[in-house]
Write a new protein. Sequence first.
Length: 667
Amino acid sequence: MSMKHLIKIMIAIGSAVLAGACSNSGQNAQNDFKYTIDSFADLKVMRYQIPGWENLSLQQKEYAFHLSEAAKYGRDILWDQNCKDNLRVRHALEAILETQVKDSPEWKDFLVYAKRVFFSNGIHHHYAEDKIFPACPREYFASLLEGAGINDPELLDIIYDPAIYPQRRSTETSGDIVKLSAVNFYENVNRQEVEAYYAGIVDPKDPHPISYGLNTKVVKGQDGVIREFPWKIGGIYSPAIEKICEELAKAREVAENDIQKRALGLLIEYYNTGDLRKWDEFNIEWVKDTIGTVDFINGFIEDYNDPLGRKASWEGYVNIKDFEASKRTEILSANAQWFEDNSPVDPRFKKAQVKGISAKVINAVCLAGDSYPSTPIGINLPNADWIRKEHGSKSVTIANITHTYDYSSQEMPTSTLTEFAYDEKEVEMAKKWGTLADEIHTDLHECLGHGSGQLLPGVSTTAMGEYASALEEARADLFGLYYTADPKMVELGIMPDPEAYKAEYANYIRNGLMVQFTRVEFGRPNTEAHMQNRKLIAQWCYEKGAPTRVIEKKYKNGKTYFVVNDYVKLRALFAELLAEVQRIKSEGDYEAGKNLIETYAVHIDPDLHKEVLDRYKALNLKPYGGFVNPEIQPVVGDDGTVTDYVPVYTDDYLGQMLLYGKKYGTL
Ligand code: ZN
């Protein structure tokens, strides 16, 4: 329900990065390897390497290969989930790109549109969720369609008419968010009907509730009856899910251990039946596998895209353990109870026993579905609260993705750090400790933050309603911020210096109060859960600390800066807010949660917003990044058997998109 991805603004650190912070990963920036391969609109595309791949056995490589194939076969599902006309648009773009090459300003505008749609897995911005429009004229687009032999007049309306599918997930809280959202989760039903439908089938007393509605579309038939149609073999998306299961079955043959075999068996069974009890059984088995080197995500996982937070988007991820870097999070994990016992929240809201937190650092092998090309840098699953409580969860940070962001920004001439940091001292501190302190905060957020605390008996896990995600992210972030500065971190050998945390504090405040607004269109409110969380924390501390100027707003050369004057008091403010957010969640105090978000997280001061956008624009950087995958290619020996699997690093973003369309297109 609430855990999920930590998506940070990686650009906040800027160009110069401590080499020492990167050496943990076993990955070194290679002079001849170019990380940034494409850039357009507000996006840049990077490619990542897979450190440790060469140390896998042939069987482990084969396992990872089939899991990657299974992941890539889910692509079309996500496209269709995001909007029911997405695949129709994509097929037209593919046909145009395969039949025509031109050299004109209009063609360049068309290419940018096509690249943006591929990046977003559909016609809406992957982050802002507003519809994307081509800069080339409609008549020009019509001529391209004609050139590709496509006769579909309605398609031009879908692409150009702002009234059709304006937002993927609607944020118009005054209207019917189910009707107004373009996502393909509901048909012919309104919000009230959906809520009544689920109120009628959810058993609030079940201690082990299934994730009702996670893998279905809700449709009201002509008879007026509301029904759910599952995404499964023999149901919706059957051709894609059949291919996924074929590859999962091949993977199962070469799995590393029996737990993985059992887990894959259950996942295949779930895809065949659509039975959410099987999904839970799969997750319980999946959580147990902490000894394997290769791991994966495959399924309908996160509910961010559903306006009602119930339907999950399809997602795939294959990764291998980074043994060296995992040591850090293993130490945190081993000390989980100490952190729980010493946190500044009311003892009634603490877990007597923190259980099953398995933390590790991984390197991505394949990104797919909702994790491709834009991807999280940390994962915390499964999402079902009762499974997390009784069986634990897996929490990972993804080293090669984080480091690729760093290496990529080193390739850029300017940085947000030098622009938004107040003085040279702050820049130096960030350069010295910023990357490492930020990674440690991420570890704390993922390994301990989400797993901390407990609800009072009788409090519903859904009590926070539409504010749940932002508040949960705030809770995890605050837990991490509080402990980033704790002497215990130095004692445990995780933090190298008692002052290093200051780099993360300064960075967090700068980001929460300014830098992150580069991602919000002028005049729009701050709506994304992770961004609301950061704004809430930074704004709240700024206002509460105002009497003693804990954080000070300063001006220099007509520019605004936020400077942390007192790090010790700032930590005390983090502690105070953590205690309050935990109280709100534990008691199910919806009104207080709503009030926090509405007061501190949503509104952006228009003057500051404009200034931030102008300053950022002048830097000429891209606010969003995404990745192409290495192609894992089998090497076939003379006798026809596969002797190896090697990653091949493409530098052709559009080429990979077209390849995937051909190779993994199913719907
Ligand atoms: Zn999180």
